[in-house]
Design a protein around this ligand. Structure first.
Ligand code: NAD
Ligand code: TYD
Length: 348
């Protein structure tokens, strides 16, 4: 099968490309990626020489490029997106450009070729916050809180419309928060691990009691691979573990794993419209095609922490290279606040 992967140089996409090449000897993979700050070809250095793999630098909003690549493909797995909530709060324009117009551009091309499958990789954030004691299934209302999740919800709506109107063989997946190697250290787990490694404060928004369903990226990619083969067109699939962890628990566990003091935990100003809890009902995927997360959070977190501790060059290049400009523009004030709090003894 010839598979077009968009955003394959990012965190989840790079794991997915690696999984495809490892588990499908006869596949041909084209990775279309714009290489934004989040795209990094180093993430796929071990695949670069594989004759079944091809990298194309380009934008999913480029209709001509997308039409050409789609015409050479049997299936599409669409990861490319602006993916960080905090960035969407600072500047939402790229989120609507890539996540909405980019998805529209792919769908327009998809309706003109005989594709077998179009997997649209979405997120549990489209449902908005889920009250304690409840779990949302695929029929849940979409109530996005951030510009990021609004743009993802809009792209989900486009996918459903193109499946119904034009028969594009698309399905949507909505996964919980991913973690694992190669995740850009602006996201919570790699941010706190790399801060802890440098003995810097771990910033927790608000009271740190927000709940997430942490899904190891390899478990997520296994589910996507299964759905690429056996998912039903026009359907939506939640992908989660059913486990709940507060951010504070995660931060404490990371510090324990690294033997660092709990006093590095620093509570900072909350994120606007911060969703308190995500919780997915995954009964549909669990029963058919039949998938369960295999990696225990304690084990996955330990391995992730070990990976970051063992790859200081990767973290250094990413953090102080592409990230620096954004970091300096948007985080300096927060870092100053943190430093002042620490000088005053901090809060933990
Ligand atoms: P990421 O930010 O690490 O990677 C995104 C990739 O897309 C990068 O390689 C980037 O260069 C590329 N890209 C961005 N704009 C592009 C454009 N216009 N054209 C071509 N390429 C472009 O993101 P991620 O965390 O790997 O997430 C991948 C997908 O999974 C996203 O659609 C995201 O919404 C979804 N998702 C992520 C999570 C998570 O926890 N990270 C959870 C659920 C769903
Ligand atoms: P994040 O990784 O940004 O993912 P999302 O917002 O998509 O869930 O954040 C995960 C959780 O961690 C979320 O509740 C926000 C919180 N968080 C912090 O407390 N401090 C931070 O510096 C960051 C980046 C996130």
């Amino acid at each position: 099968m010839r598979i077009l992967v968009t955003g394959g140089a990012g965190f989840i996409g790079s794991h997915f490309v690696r999984l495809l090449l490892a588990s499908h000897p006869d596949c041909q993979v084209t990775n279309l990626d714009k290489l934004t700050y989040a795209g990094n070809l180093e993430n796929l250095a071990d695949c670069a020489e594989d004759p079944r793999y091809r990298f194309v630098k380009g934008d999913i909003c480029d209709a001509e490029l997308v039409r050409g690549l789609m015409g050479e493909s049997d299936a599409v797995v669409h990861f490319a997106a602006e993916s960080h909530v905090d960035r969407s709060i600072v500047d939402s324009a790229p989120f609507f450009e890539t996540n909405v117009r980019g998805t529209f551009t792919l769908l327009e091309a998809a309706r003109q070729v005989p594709l077998q499958r179009f997997v649209h990789v979405s997120t549990d954030e489209v449902y908005g916050p889920i009250p304690p004691g409840r779990w949302v299934n695929e029929a849940g209302a979409l109530l996005p809180s951030s510009p990021y999740s609004a743009a993802k919800a809009a792209s989900d709506m486009l996918v459903l419309a193109y499946a119904r109107t034009y028969g594009v063989p698309a399905l949507i997946t909505r996964a919980g928060n991913n973690y694992g190697p190669f995740q850009f250290p602006e996201k919570f787990i790699p941010l706190i691990v790399s801060n802890a490694l440098e003995d810097r404060p771990l910033p927790l928004y608000g009271d740190g009691l927000q709940v997430r369903d942490w899904l190891h990226v390899e478990d997520h990619c296994r589910a996507l691979d299964l759905l690429l083969e056996r998912g039903e067109r026009g359907e939506i699939y939640n992908i989660g573990t059913g486990r709940e962890h507060t951010n504070l628990e995660v931060a404490r566990a990371v510090l324990d794993l690294l033997g660092k003091p709990q006093s590095l935990i620093t509570f900072v100003e909350d994120r606007p419209a911060h969703d308190r809890r995500y919780a997915l009902d995954c009964a549909k995927l669990n029963s058919s095609p039949g998938w369960r997360a295999a990696i225990e959070f304690a084990d996955g977190l330990r391995r992730t922490v070990e990976w970051y501790a063992g790859h200081p060059e990767w973290v250094g290049r990413v953090r102080h290279g592409a990230y620096r400009e954004y970091y300096e523009r948007h985080y300096v004030r927060r870092e100053e606040t943190l430093a002042a709090m620490l000088r005053g003894g901090g809060r933990s």
